[in-house]
Design a protein around this ligand. Structure first.
Ligand code: BGC
Ligand code: ZN
Length: 376
């Protein structure tokens, strides 16, 4: 079957013939891939800064943002049946008995580093025609989400961040832990850094949680990404025209920052104007660059004197996937146009190498395995 593989030794990215997998244990499920999204991590892999093939293989089948359709299930699989749409999680647990995270099914918090990630680290990914994996790593997506289901995995990045933000937020004595999901951001201001897919999806999560939401990104207005966030009720500021100090003046106390650009300079600039009792979440992974100068004493002073929390967040657990699938339904109801227009390009698998190596614009580009028109 066809697959897109990365060969780190020879620095090649190409369409290959990969052996079609079969179900070999009773808890496995076989999927026909429908769509696989491309993200910054994939670009890091195809530029050979990142990514490791499975032991014994000279190549890695890439792709971790997927939407598949079940074609066959093993005899022990209960909640998944042929015809279901599913999104498969990315990370698999490490083998160590002492890793409490992995042993509890929370490999997104693995502390040994010996986890594997499909399409990224030591496990083949999903940019291929068929995939076999255990049903417990799969999340069923309602049919109505056929057209946007491929956005589930990038949305889980924001969902995991928000789940932690909500836990941290409860350090404030007046916060009611039973506050409904739509009220958690009421009266608070959130700033998203970056207007790519994770920034856009994060903006939707924040607006839906009741935050007054701002997005701070490179491009000047007008631009399509700014139009999109404005369409969902957020306010866009360009780094080019609004310096950080002016941003802070216009917004007021910034209660939450969600960094989804992987841009370190701007992140530390914005950290300078982070508000009191605020939380700053790093979710983007910057490319390695020369060190920059940062006023560390000033930042630490504020972290202490303003009770600020700074955290990093990676990957997602199955609860985050479930939350993402639920939220996609919410977003589809509330902003059908905007959600749909996050997907800006469809490419057949034969064109995936160009997509991965080129500089395709747009927001989320996906490789598609079918030529069926999408239902509305
Ligand atoms: C993926 C995560 C993964 C991370 C680091 C991201 O693009 O969404 O699942 O853990 O890359 O490999
Ligand atoms: Zn582990």
């Amino acid at each position: 079957m066809k697959a897109i593989a990365v060969f780190p030794e020879t620095h090649e990215v190409k369409l290959i013939d990969h052996e079609e997998p079969e179900i070999t244990t009773p808890a496995q499920v076989k999927l026909r891939m429908l769509e696989v999204g491309v993200c910054g991590t994939d670009r890091k892999i195809t530029s050979f800064q990142f990514g490791t093939p499975p032991a014994g293989s000279e190549y890695l089948v890439i792709g971790h943002e997927s939407l598949g359709e079940v074609v066959e299930v093993g005899p022990e699989v209960r909640d998944i049946k042929p015809g279901d749409l599913v999104v498969t999680t990315v990370r698999r647990p490490c083998p160590h008995e002492y890793c409490r995270a992995c042993r509890m099914g929370h490999q997104d918090f693995c502390f040994t580093g010996d986890f594997t990630e499909c399409g990224i680290k030591e496990a083949h990914g999903f940019m291929t025609e068929f995939v076999v994996d255990e049903g417990r790593h799969m999340n069923v997506v309602p049919r109505e989400l056929r057209d946007v289901g491929v956005l589930t995995e990038p949305l889980t990045v924001a969902e995991k961040a928000m789940a932690q933000v909500w836990q941290i937020q409860q350090r404030l004595p007046w916060i009611d832990p039973n506050t409904s999901a739509q009220m958690r951001g009421k009266g608070l201001k959130a700033m998203v850094l970056g207007a790519g897919p994770v920034g856009q999806l994060g903006t939707m999560v924040l607006v839906a949680a009741g935050f007054e939401t701002y997005i701070y990104s490179r491009s000047k207005v007008p631009n399509p990404k700014a139009d999109l966030v404005e369409a969902i009720g957020a306010t866009y500021f360009s780094e080019e025209t609004t310096p950080v100090e002016q941003l802070a003046e216009q917004v007021g106390n910034i209660d939450l920052v969600f960094e989804a650009a992987g841009a370190s300079q701007i992140a530390f600039d914005v950290m300078r104007v982070l508000g009191t009792n605020a939380i700053f979440v790093f979710a983007g992974v910057p490319d390695h660059k020369a060190p920059i100068e940062v006023d560390t004493a000033l930042l630490i002073r504020d972290h202490v004197l303003k009770n600020q929390a700074v955290l990093g967040s990676v990957n997602a657990d199955s609860a985050n996937f479930e939350a993402a699938i639920r939220d996609l339904s919410v977003f589809k109801q509330r902003w059908p146009q905007a959600l749909r227009s996050l997907i800006t390009g469809y490419y057949p698998i034969e064109q995936a190498p160009q997509l991965l190596l080129g500089s395709a614009g747009g927001i989320k580009n996906v490789v598609t395995f079918t030529s069926e028109p999408l239902e509305e």
